[in-house]
Design a protein around this ligand. Structure first.
Ligand code: COA
Length: 156
């Protein structure tokens, strides 16, 4: 993909909170493609009780009308949010969609009064989160057979 087509894709990206059932389904379609199909995470681990909780906020990114990215935010402990299930389909990675999903999620976390966001990063994605201001806490651990590290960021 050359720079011209990257730019034209970027211009047609929309990142938003999933506001209805269809938009939530769209976010789930991305997660199925990335985590279940690509990374072989079992579906019973990928989807959990937090997905249907009224306190969980889902985010979805669209290219034109096609869902291409997803993330979710939930309360972890009072004043602390947890970012989870951050995913961008392979065809459009590296175009800033993941960062934009995290920006939207962070804005919402501040609106909700969270003072900190925690997440469990897949080890390969550590530079992505580090660039967004997250710092590693603790050692590498396995989740769904994938190496992870816990990271967190204070919100101002
Ligand atoms: N390793 C190192 N740097 C990375 C990276 C990676 N895996 N993914 C992104 N970055 C960097 C980019 O180079 C970019 O830096 P730049 O601004 O200097 O160019 C920055 O992070 C923002 O990248 P962006 O284009 O917004 O990321 P993305 O849209 O490709 O999304 C992921 C990043 C991790 C969400 C995406 O690669 C993905 O879905 N991976 C598979 C699922 C996954 O592992 N999710 C994370 C679960 S914890």
């Amino acid at each position: 993909m050359d720079n011209t087509s990257d730019l034209s894709i970027r211009q047609k990206i929309r990142v938003q909170q999933a506001n209805n059932m269809q938009e939530k389904k769209d976010a789930f379609a991305v997660r199925t493609k990335v985590f279940i199909d690509e990374q072989r995470v079992p579906s019973d681990l990928e989807y959990d009780e937090h997905d249907e909780s009224s306190g969980t906020i889902h985010f979805v990114a669209y290219h034109l009308d096609q869902p291409v990215g997803a993330a979710r935010l939930r309360e972890y402990t009072p004043k602390v949010g947890k970012a989870e299930r951050v995913a961008v389909i392979s065809e459009v990675r590296g175009l800033g969609i993941g960062a934009e999903l995290m920006n939207k999620l962070t804005t919402k976390a501040k609106e909700l009064g969270f003072q900190k966001i925690k997440l469990n990063a897949q080890l390969h994605a550590e530079p992505f989160y580090k660039q967004l201001g997250y710092a590693q806490i603790g050692d590498v651990f396995l989740e769904a057979d994938i190496e992870h590290i816990a990271m967190e960021k204070e919100l101002d």
